[in-house]
Design a protein around this ligand. Structure first.
Ligand code: PMP
Length: 356
C-alpha cells in the first residue's frame, strides 16, 4: 500500500520523550513530573469512575469546565478541556491557522510546539532566547506580520525554566494586534515563587486575543491521566471545543481532575508545589556554589546550557543513576525530584565539574 502521507507529516521533527528508567533505583528526572504520587482522594474518584467506564464521559467535560470556571472566576463558555494541554494546543492551532499561516514562538521552548504547528499546516517562525535564556518580548512582537495567526509564549519556559514578568506579559498583549491570538502556556505556573512573574489568567478580562493553557500533569501530579485546559474568549473556546476529539477526556480523567479541584486536594497540591520549589532553589543555589551557571529557575526543573558537552553530561548523569533530558548541542534539563534524588544530582554535577 502506498497511502499518501502529507509532506508536513513526513518531515515532522521528532518529539523525544524523557527516557524511562530500567531500574527502580534510578532517579527519573527527565519529564518534569511530580515526585509525589496521585493523592488518595483523587485515586478514589478515579476508581469509582472506572466502575462506570461502560458509559461515555461528558462530551465536552461540562462539569469539569464549571469547576474550572469557578476556580478562575470565569464562565464555563470560556474554557475548553482536552486530553492533555498538548492536544489542546493542537486543537487551537487547527482552529485558527489556515495552510501556510505563520505562528511565532520562542525557541528553544517546548518541543511539541513546532510539531503541532506543522501538523496544522502552518509555519513556525522561531525567535531566539536572549543570552540569559529568557524569552525576548521585543523580538517576539517584532516577528509578528500580517501572516501571523498566533504567537505563543511559555512561562516558565520549558526547558530553560525562566519566566515572563507581569510587565512583560502586559507589554506583549498590548503590542500584539487583537487579530493575532496570543497563547500563554502556564503548565508550570504553580511552581513560580518570584513575585514579579505574571499570571496571565488575571489579564483575560481585558485581552480578548489572550488564550491561557494549563495542565493537570505537573503540580497536580496527574501526568498519566492526560487532562489540560484552555481559557480564552467564549467564541474562540467554543470553536476549539468543536475541533477537539469528541469525548476526548476519559471518564476517569475527568473524575481525577474534578477531585483534584476539591479544596483539600488543592491545598495539598499547593503544599507540594511549595516543597518542590524550595528543593529547586536549594539545588540551584548548591550548583551555583560549585561553579555552575544556572538561569533563574521558576518551574519544577532547571537548565544547564552545556552546548556540545550535552550528550557526555547526560551519560555522566545516567552513570550516576539519574535520568535527565538532553537537548543535543544545547543543554540538559533536570527535573526537581525528591530531596535524596536532588542530592544525587548535586554530587554528580559537582564531580562533573571537578573532572572537567
Ligand atoms: N506545556 C509545556 C510547556 C510542557 O512542558 C508540557 C509537558 N511537557 C505540556 C505543555 C504538556 O502537558 P500535557 O501533559 O498537559 O500535555
Amino acid at each position: 500500500m502506498s497511502a499518501h502521507i502529507r509532506p508536513a507529516v513526513t518531515t515532522l521533527p521528532a518529539y523525544v520523550p524523557g527516557a524511562r528508567p530500567a531500574r527502580s533505583d534510578i532517579a527519573k528526572l527527565s519529564s518534569n513530573e511530580m515526585p509525589y504520587p496521585i493523592q488518595d482522594s483523587v485515586l478514589d474518584a478515579v476508581t469509582a469512575a472506572a466502575r462506570c467506564a461502560h458509559r461515555y464521559p461528558e462530551m465536552t467535560g461540562d462539569t469539569l469546565r464549571a469547576a474550572l470556571a469557578a476556580r478562575h472566576g470565569l464562565s464555563a463558555e470560556t474554557i475548553a478541556v482536552g486530553n492533555g494541554s498538548t492536544a489542546l494546543i493542537q486543537h487551537l492551532l487547527d482552529t485558527v491557522c489556515d495552510d501556510g499561516d505563520d505562528v511565532v514562538m520562542p525557541w528553544r521552548s517546548f518541543e511539541a510546539y513546532p510539531i503541532c504547528v506543522a501538523v496544522a499546516g502552518a509555519r513556525a517562525v522561531t525567535v531566539s532566547l536572549t543570552a540569559d535564556a529568557r524569552q525576548d518580548v521585543d523580538a517576539l512582537v517584532n516577528a509578528v506580520t500580517p501572516r501571523t495567526r498566533l504567537l505563543m509564549v511559555c512561562t516558565p519556559n520549558n526547558p530553560t525554566s525562566t519566566a515572563l514578568t507581569a510587565a512583560e506579559l502586559g507589554e506583549l498583549l498590548d503590542r500584539v494586534s487583537e487579530n493575532v491570538v496570543v497563547m500563554v502556556d502556564e503548565a508550570y505556573l504553580d511552581f513560580v515563587t518570584d513575585p514579579a512573574v505574571g499570571d496571565a489568567t488575571t489579564l483575560l478580562a481585558e485581552h480578548p486575543h489572550l488564550v491561557v493553557s494549563r495542565t493537570f500533569s505537573k503540580a497536580h501530579a496527574l501526568a498519566g491521566m492526560r487532562v489540560g485546559y484552555l481559557m480564552g474568549e467564549a467564541g474562540l473556546m467554543g470553536a476549539v471545543r468543536s475541533v477537539a476529539t469528541p469525548f476526548g477526556v476519559s471518564l476517569p480523567a475527568q473524575a481525577a481532575a474534578l477531585a483534584a479541584l476539591e479544596p483539600q486536594a488543592l491545598a495539598e497540591t499547593t503544599r507540594r508545589a511549595g516543597l518542590v520549589a524550595a528543593e529547586r532553589d536549594r539545588v540551584v543555589a548548591a550548583l551555583r556554589e560549585s561553579g555552575w551557571d544556572v538561569p533563574d529557575a521558576q518551574g519544577n526543573f532547571y537548565w544547564l546550557a552545556v552546548g556540545q558537552a550535552t550528550t557526555a553530561l547526560a551519560r555522566h548523569c545516567t552513570e550516576a543513576g539519574i535520568l535527565v533530558r538532553p537537548f543535543a548541542g544545547e543543554g540538559v534539563r533536570v527535573s526537581v525530584g525528591r530531596p535524596e534524588e536532588n542530592d544525587r544530582v548535586i554530587s554528580a554535577l559537582a564531580s562533573w565539574r571537578a573532572r572537567a
